[in-house]
Design a binder for this molecule. Structure first.
Ligand SMILES: C[S@@+](CC[C@H](N)C(=O)[O-])C[C@H]1O[C@@H](n2cnc3c(N)ncnc32)[C@H](O)[C@@H]1O
Ligand code: SF4
Ligand code: SF4
Length: 371
């Protein structure tokens, strides 16, 4: 609860003052072992990747002293042989970490399990929760097409089962599957949703985004929605945003999740952002080569490079402020990246819709769900 109140205060004050970031996103590699249709990271890059000694140096920067939430992603982060050492360094240098999330495609069970188990050994008895976020886009061969890998679903399912076993030793692990809504799985969303509920798998649904640098997918025409597909995606998201019976309506995580589904549905239908994305205000994001980027969508407008300037200077310099203003003006209102939502905006949504929420709760007690 104290953390939640602290996050709300941070959300309010960061709108007026340049506070230290509370979130750190590390894109530890640009390499990948999949060949996804909606993301071209796997096609490679030319820049050298940061080494462990760079992480040792950057994470000791005092600008990171308030970091509570760390996301480790890529590319496929588990491909880094020194991933566990990177986590050890982060935990040693950043004192207030509460949660670490590792994003993985889950396609190589042994590789992922080895990393997850060794990270658990570091986090044990430290009061830091550990979420493994696993991509899960379809149940059958559509997933092979999306990930460009044969038997993708079996592989991911086996990784999930393996991590579930690890939970017996390390109960602080949480698994969250992320299903990325795109034309190739649009007809399968109901079955994926039912699968998550039936198997009691925690999940999130996001919608395919486009960016010229990070996903490098502006020319991937097979992942662009036509107007009918947009409507189908929005209908699905709107429906699950109202599924009080299955998604709950009591804690802030459930409420935030349902709000984000609603927000995505509205935005696909042409509305502008109401989630108050906190990324520019609260998040330090370091690319595999040291670039400090605003977010996935605006990676090309990076603020500076940690290999030539220190993080504290980059976080609060004129170029960063100007870039942030440009992003707010030109990108944020139409951006459907679900990097986060302001708790204030989530609360505003429920206050506005409280009467509907009460009716839905009453409906759910009678066994009604969905829209
Ligand atoms: C870029 S990946 C990196 C982690 C890991 N390689 C994976 O696929 O899970 C992080 C998340 O972004 C999602 N993603 C991939 N392409 C995307 C796109 N074009 N728009 C939005 N999200 C995307 C993935 O499905 C995954 O859940
Ligand atoms: S989505 Fe993840 S697995 Fe797919 S290419 Fe991008 S980084 Fe690799
Ligand atoms: S709304 Fe989108 S473009 Fe704007 S900061 Fe958030 S993620 Fe980036």
């Amino acid at each position: 609860m104290t953390d939640f109140i602290h996050d709300i205060l941070n959300d309010i004050f960061s709108r007026y003052f340049r506070l230290k970031p509370i979130r750190l996103m590390l894109f530890v590699t640009g390499k990948c072992n999949a060949k996804c249709t909606m993301c071209n990271i796997w096609k490679g890059h030319n820049n050298p990747e940061l080494g462990l000694s760079d992480y040792e140096k950057f994470t000791a920067d005092p600008i990171l002293s308030n970091i509570k939430y760390v996301v480790i992603t890529g590319g496929e982060a588990c491909l880094r042989d020194d991933l566990v050492d990177i986590v050890r360094t982060i935990v040693k240098n950043i004192p207030k970490i509460k949660k670490i999330t590792l994003a993985t495609n889950g396609l190589n069970k042994n590789m992922v399990m080895e990393k997850v188990e060794n990270i658990c050994k570091i986090l044990e008895n430290r009061n830091i929760s550990f979420t493994v976020q696993i991509s899960f886009d379809a149940l059958k061969e559509e997933n092979d097409k999306i990930r460009g890998i044969k038997d993708a679903t079996q592989k991911v399912t086996s990784t999930i089962a393996g991590i579930n076993l690890l939970k017996e030793t390390y109960p602080f692990i949480r698994i969250v599957c992320n299903c990325l809504i795109q034309p190739l799985n649009l007809q399968k969303l109901e079955s994926i949703y039912t699968h998550f509920l039936k198997e009691k798998i925690d999940f999130f649904f996001t919608v395919v985004n486009f960016s010229g640098t990070y996903y490098n997918n502006l020319k991937n025409s097979n992942v662009q929605f036509n107007s009918q597909q947009k409507k189908a995606a929005a209908d699905f998201l709107r429906k699950i945003s109202r599924d009080v019976k299955n998604l709950g309506s009591i804690n802030e995580r459930d409420l935030g999740k349902r709000f984000l589904f609603f927000e995505l549905a509205e935005m696909i239908s042409g509305k502008t952002q109401t989630r108050g994305c906190p990324i520019l205000r609260e998040n330090m994001a370091i690319q595999y080569d040291g670039r400090i980027i605003p977010c996935n969508i605006t990676e090309s407008l990076y603020y500076g490079n940690a290999t030539v300037a220190n993080l504290s200077d980059i976080w609060a310099c004129k170029k960063t402020y100007e870039t942030m203003e440009k992003i707010k003006r030109e990108y944020c209102s139409t951006c459907i990246s679900t990097c986060g939502a302001s708790p204030i905006n989530v609360a505003q949504y429920y206050i506005k819709n409280v009467h509907k929420e009460v009716l839905l709760r009453l409906g759910s007690k009678k066994g009604l769900t969905g829209g």
